[in-house]
Design a protein around this ligand. Structure first.
Ligand code: SF4
Length: 410
């Protein structure tokens, strides 16, 4: 990639809706049912390689688009669920893992090669992961009238398409949009905590760890959510916070970077509610009550306990530093014990959580809520308590009660 192309890609990424804020639509089915052709027809571009050779799609193919009138979505085309051989089985595992991110799935069959056992097995997986789905029969241009009528009567809610027939694709898109519209929206970050016209003060330290020339995604997203809900927002460094509190007549909420908790909690008077970006995201992307419960096991962890520290992206050194350095040393210091830390990055969250005593997750601003909820439910199935960075830092600083007491937060 040339420098110019890299620059263009960076600008596009900075200007477009982050993937974590898009509905994730996974396209799944057996090999050669026409998943990639369907994706290309839906998005109106050749984004996935189409071929009659089994297993052409190896890694999941992602395509972000504005799916109007719904809004930003990302389509994920997956490898066939009946792929064979050593590599094929790895691809199948990868495709199944992608389902943990799915807000919605298209289960695609080729009408002239329907495998009922596979269909039932896949529906079971979708139900386990609580993924709403739409059954799509593809390649209807290759089916006779009798087969078409019999499948229509057997699957009255399914959609019947041919990737070559744009009318059927338009119909499919309309059905998808109507169904996606009924899926519950993610809770807002702050819009339901403060009234229209309320005032929030954001504390953003600008130190050596802050990225040059910009502020990080969670802070940007909180500002945008304030603007969306008519909340007045003031952004200050911790060094100007005291003065800002004096100047502003009324403040409904102070939101700080978790790293400045200690100092900020001493500056903000007790009658002004205080929380952190990470705690807001714990609620927005995950389950704050579960994370608070998770933090309570810290005091009873034994020496040598195994703690999994999980981050949803690999590129943010500031957060890497919190997860890899600050939280481990603060935990060891505050408990007087020495724990074993295991780190996982990006979408590679451990599938087998046996043997862990606690999971501490980052604020997950780069992943969608569905991914975080899947991780929480996996942790619960393994009986491992789970919490997040902001909750742990508030716990260690003895301000967890204060920072989660904001009205409407729990
Ligand atoms: S590490 Fe987590 S909280 Fe930090 S930027 Fe990445 S996804 Fe967001």
């Amino acid at each position: 990639m040339t420098i110019n192309n890299k620059q263009k890609e960076l600008e596009l990424n900075l200007n477009s809706t982050p993937s974590g804020n898009r509905k994730h639509i996974v396209i799944m089915g057996r090999c050669n049912v026409g998943k990639s052709s369907l994706l290309n027809a839906i998005v109106g571009q050749e984004v996935a390689i189409v071929s009659s050779i089994r297993g052409t799609t190896t890694d999941p193919v992602l395509k972000s688009m504005e799916f109007l009138p719904l809004g930003p979505v990302v389509f994920i085309d997956t490898a066939g669920l009946d792929d064979e051989g050593g590599l094929g089985r790895l691809r199948v595992q990868k495709s199944k893992k992608v389902l943990q991110r799915a807000d919605y799935a298209l289960l695609v069959h080729s009408i002239d090669d329907f495998d009922e056992n596979h269909h039932v097995e896949t529906l079971y997986q979708l139900k386990v992961l609580n993924v709403p789905y739409l059954i799509v029969f593809n390649k209807i241009d290759q089916a006779g009238e009798d087969l078409l009528n019999s499948m229509r009567s057997k699957f009255p809610k399914a959609v019947f398409v041919s990737a070559n027939d744009m009318n059927s694709i338009h119909h499919l898109k309309n059905v998808m949009i109507n169904e996606l519209m009924t899926i519950e929206e993610d809770p807002s970050i702050i819009g339901d905590l403060l009234s229209y016209g309320g005032t929030a003060v954001l504390v953003v330290p600008v130190d050596s760890e802050a990225p040059k020339g910009r502020i990080i995604l969670p802070q940007v997203q909180v500002i945008r959510d304030c603007l969306d809900h008519g909340i007045k927002v003031h952004v200050v460094r911790e060094t100007e916070l005291e003065q800002a509190i004096k100047e502003l007549k009324h403040i409904d909420l102070v939101i700080t970077d978790s790293q400045a908790f200690d100092l900020v909690s001493q500056i903000v008077p007790q009658d002004i509610p205080l929380t952190s970006f990470s705690i807001l995201f714990a609620r927005h992307k995950g389950d704050l009550s579960t994370f608070i419960e998770g933090s309570k096991v810290i005091s009873s962890l034994k020496d040598g306990a195994r703690i999994l520290i999980s981050e949803s992206c690999t590129h943010n050194h500031t957060h890497e530093d919190i997860g890899r350095v600050k939280i481990p040393s603060l935990l060891n210091r505050s408990t007087g014990k020495s724990f074993e830390y295991i780190f996982s990055m990006g979408h590679d969250f451990q599938e087998d959580l046996h043997g862990f005593d606690l999971i501490i997750h980052c604020g997950s601003c780069m992943i969608n809520r569905k991914t975080m909820l899947s991780r929480i439910s996996l942790a619960k199935r393994h009986g491992v308590p789970i919490t997040n960075y902001g909750v742990v830092l508030a716990y260690i600083n003895n301000i967890l009660d204060r920072t989660t007491k904001v009205e409407g937060m729990l």
